[in-house]
Design a protein. Structure first.
Length: 326
C-alpha cells in the first residue's frame, strides 16, 4: 500500500509532473506554430495546394498500419493461450487509441485490459498481453529505424544514433524472461494485485518482434506518400522518410509526459526534415502529419463504435459458453 499512501500524501507531485509535461508540449507547439506563421510566405505552392489523392492514400495506409498492430496484439493473446477474434482485436485496439491523448497514456493500457476482459479474456492474461505489446512495439520501432537508416541516402540518424542504439539494447534486454518477471513484479506492486505472467520463448518473442515491424514499415511508406503530396521527393528517399518518421515515433513513445508524443514528435520531425527541406516546409509537414494521424485515430474510433454491437454479441455468446461449460 506504499504507493497509495504516497499518492495520498504527495498529490501535488503527480499534478506537478503532469503540469510540467503539458507545459513543455505547449511550448514546443507554440514555437513551431510561431515559426510557421512568421515564415508562411516561404512555403512553396505545392504545400498550400497538396495532392489530395496522395494524402488520402497516406491516411488509408496509416489506418491499415493501425489494423496490423491490432492483429499483432491478437497474436500475443493467442501465444499466451487465450482466444480473441480478429473483429474483437480490431475493435479493442481501435477504441483505446483515444487514450493515448491523455497525460501519461495510462488509459491506453488500462482501457485495453478492461475491454479485453469484457470480451472474455482473463484480466491477468489481458494485462500480460498489453505489457508485452508495449515492449515489442517499442523494440520493433528501434529495429525498423536501424533498418531504414542503413538504406537511407543521408545520415538522418546523425547524433541520435546513441539514443536509438540505447533503445534497441534496452528493448532487447526487456525481452529476457527474468526481466519480464521483474516488470510484472513491479506492476503487481503498483496495482496491488497478483498477476501471473507466462514467459514467452525466445522463438515466439522473435516471431512477434518481426511481426510488429510490419506496422512500422507501412507507416514509413505512408509518411513518404504524405510528404510527396506536399513537396517533390524522389523514390530513392523512401528509406530516408521511413527512418525520419520512425525515429520521431520512437522518441514520441518514450516521452511519456507528452500525450501521444504531442510536440516531441513534431519537433523531431522538423529537425530531421530540415536535412531535405527548408525549415518552414519541415514545420508544415510535421504539423500537417499530426493532423493526419489524429484524423486516423478519429476514423479508428468511429470504426470501433460501428463494430461495438457485434463485439457485444460475441461477448454474450462467450458468457453463455462459459455457463454451459461450468
Amino acid at each position: 500500500m506504499k504507493n497509495v499512501a504516497w499518492e495520498r500524501d504527495y498529490p501535488w507531485a503527480k499534478r506537478g509532473w503532469r503540469f510540467l509535461g503539458l507545459a513543455l508540449v505547449v511550448v514546443l507547439l507554440a514555437v513551431l506554430g510561431q515559426l510557421l506563421h512568421s515564415r508562411w510566405q516561404e512555403l512553396p505552392a505545392q504545400v498550400l495546394a497538396p495532392n489530395w489523392s496522395r494524402l488520402g492514400g497516406a491516411v488509408l495506409m496509416l489506418l491499415s498500419s493501425l489494423a496490423m498492430s491490432a492483429l499483432q496484439w491478437r497474436r500475443i493473446v493467442i501465444v499466451l493461450g487465450h482466444k480473441l477474434s480478429v473483429i474483437e482485436a480490431i475493435y479493442i485496439h481501435f477504441f483505446v487509441q483515444a487514450g493515448k491523448y491523455l497525460p501519461g497514456r495510462v488509459m491506453l493500457v488500462v482501457g485495453k485490459v478492461m475491454l479485453a476482459a469484457r470480451q472474455g479474456l482473463p484480466v491477468q492474461g489481458a494485462t500480460a498481453s498489453v505489457i508485452y505489446e508495449q515492449v515489442l512495439f517499442l523494440m520493433s520501432g528501434a529495429w525498423s529505424v536501424l533498418l531504414f537508416t542503413s538504406l537511407a541516402s543521408a545520415d538522418v540518424i546523425g547524433r541520435h544514433r546513441p539514443i536509438i542504439l540505447a533503445v534497441f539494447l534496452a528493448g532487447f534486454a526487456l525481452l529476457h524472461p527474468a526481466v519480464i518477471r521483474q516488470i510484472f513484479r513491479a506492476v503487481r506492486w503498483v496495482s496491488q494485485s497478483e498477476i501471473v505472467v507466462p514467459a514467452l520463448s525466445y522463438r515466439a518473442t522473435l516471431g512477434l518482434l518481426v511481426g510488429y515491424c510490419v506496422p512500422w514499415l507501412i507507416s514509413g511508406g505512408a509518411f513518404y506518400l504524405f510528404v510527396t503530396a506536399l513537396a517533390p521527393l524522389g523514390l530513392r528517399l523512401l528509406p530516408d522518410m521511413a527512418a525520419v518518421v520512425g525515429l520521431a515515433g520512437v522518441l514520441g513513445l518514450v516521452s511519456v509526459f507528452a500525450p501521444a508524443g504531442l510536440g516531441v514528435r513534431e519537433a523531431v520531425l522538423t529537425a530531421l526534415l530540415s536535412v531535405y527541406f527548408s525549415l518552414p516546409v519541415g514545420v508544415a509537414i510535421a504539423l500537417a502529419f499530426r493532423l493526419a494521424t489524429t484524423l486516423v485515430d478519429g476514423i479508428a474510433l468511429l470504426c470501433a463504435i460501428g463494430l461495438q454491437p457485434q463485439c457485444h454479441r460475441l461477448a454474450r455468446v462467450a458468457d453463455r459458453g462459459d455457463e454451459h461449460t461450468s
